[in-house]
Ligand binder design. Structure first.
Ligand code: MG
Length: 385
């Protein structure tokens, strides 16, 4: 079964760009994949075009071998742009293989270990009362795993973020939230790598023990050594890895006991081929996957198949919940999507990923240049979003 075409579609869907990739074959079977390098989609599109040059004519049924060739075919191997492209193509190849063999993708990954995929919800609130109300809404609907974000005192000018000023109010809100909900719900916070090592330690010192079940990305991840230092100062489990672009980036975080949940993103790390290897490395360290899943239905489908096939799994990020309805899951563009039942995705039993994309409609969607917020501290210096 030869690859005959690879098409990249960077397109604005709902509230963000998505980069979807379609791989076609000479047997009339096609597959879809998605790349996760949000904000720099055109760079990934360029990488897809480079790979297309030598992938046309290749046997589509060998994603593992094609992964090696894509990753190692340039002298300057690796990096997020390249693995974003590899991820999308690899996912599409699994979609094709599943359709060709008449089996769901999880069957190609060793079969399913669970029938449903438990999820966590994201929520916020303008005030502490609203935050608690939203958490109770989740609990009432059966969602017991939830993640919120940081907050700052009012009167923060637009475009300004002062990390230190967020610590006190965020600690107060988290403490009140845990007091209100009791010991049972799982509560996490995503700090979106906006703190330093010292600021993270200060935040955690302001929290009573048992407040948080996980702290997601308090600092940037370029330096495992910085995280290693932080690990000695803080006893809250970390959830790290959504930006990692290979098994090699996960390696120090797993081997050195730095992260306690693997926030793997199948659309960034190198597709399903690489995800299964990271899952095995994490399993060897008794670390569960908590996959990052903020993109569209293709990413969700690939991640659900991964989540079904691994033994070491905690919760999948769901951006459709009683507190969120992200429009990226456009039903006209994606006429067949994975279904949810309460706080979990159902594992589909149809061949391939179990999604369909309206290609004509997708081709008509415009790409829009978009920048993540460029935040500054009060003194004018740049700080992380
Ligand atoms: Mg995150």
């Amino acid at each position: 079964m030869k690859i005959t075409a690879i098409k990249a579609y960077p397109a604005w869907v709902g509230f963000r760009n998505q980069l979807l990739v379609k791989v076609e074959t000479d047997e009339g079977i096609h597959g879809w994949g998605e790349s996760g390098l949000s904000g720099r989609e055109l760079a990934v599109q360029g990488a897809v075009e480079h790979y297309r040059e030598f992938l046309i004519g290749r046997d589509a049924r060998n994603p593992g071998a094609l992964w090696q060739e894509m990753y190692r075919s340039q002298y300057f191997e690796g990096g997020r742009v390249l693995t974003g492209a590899i991820s999308a193509i690899d996912i599409a190849l699994y979609d094709i293989l599943g359709k060709a063999l008449g089996v769901p993708v999880y069957q190609l990954l060793g079969g399913k270990q669970r029938d449903t995929i438990p999820c966590f919800a994201t929520f916020g609130g303008g005030t502490t009362e609203e935050l608690i109300d939203n958490a109770r809404r989740l609990l009432d609907k059966g969602w017991s795993v939830m993640r919120t974000g940081s907050t700052s005192r009012p009167a923060r000018p637009a475009g300004v973020f002062e990390p230190r000023e967020s610590i006190g109010p965020t600690a107060e809100r988290l403490t009140a939230l845990r007091q209100a909900l009791g010991p049972d719900p799982v509560i996490g916070i995503d700090y979106h790598h906006m703190l330093s090592v010292a600021e993270t330690a200060s935040l955690c010192q302001r929290l009573p023990p048992g407040t948080l079940d996980f702290l997601e990305e308090p600092i940037r991840d370029e330096s495992p050594e910085a995280y290693e230092s932080l690990r000695t100062m803080v006893d809250v489990p970390f959830a790290i890895g959504e930006e990692f672009a290979s098994k090699w980036q996960f390696l120090p975080y797993l081997e050195r006991g730095i992260t306690q949940f693997a926030r793997i993103d199948v659309c960034n790390v190198g597709g399903l081929t690489e995800s299964m290897k990271v899952a095995a490395m994490a399993e060897a360290h008794y670390i569960d996957l908590m996959p990052h899943n903020p993109l569209g239905p293709v990413c969700t489908a690939a991640t659900v198949h991964l989540s079904a096939a691994v033994p070491n799994f905690a919760w999948l990020e769901a951006r459709v919940s009683p507190t969120e309805q992200l429009q990226a899951h456009d039903e006209e563009l994606f006429p067949v999507q994975l279904q949810m039942e309460g706080d979990r995705y159902l594992v589909p039993d149809v061949p391939g990923l179990g999604i369909e994309v309206d290609e004509e409609r997708l081709a008509g969607q415009q790409f829009k240049f978009w920048e993540a917020p460029h935040l500054r501290r009060r003194d004018g210096s740049f700080t992380n979003w």
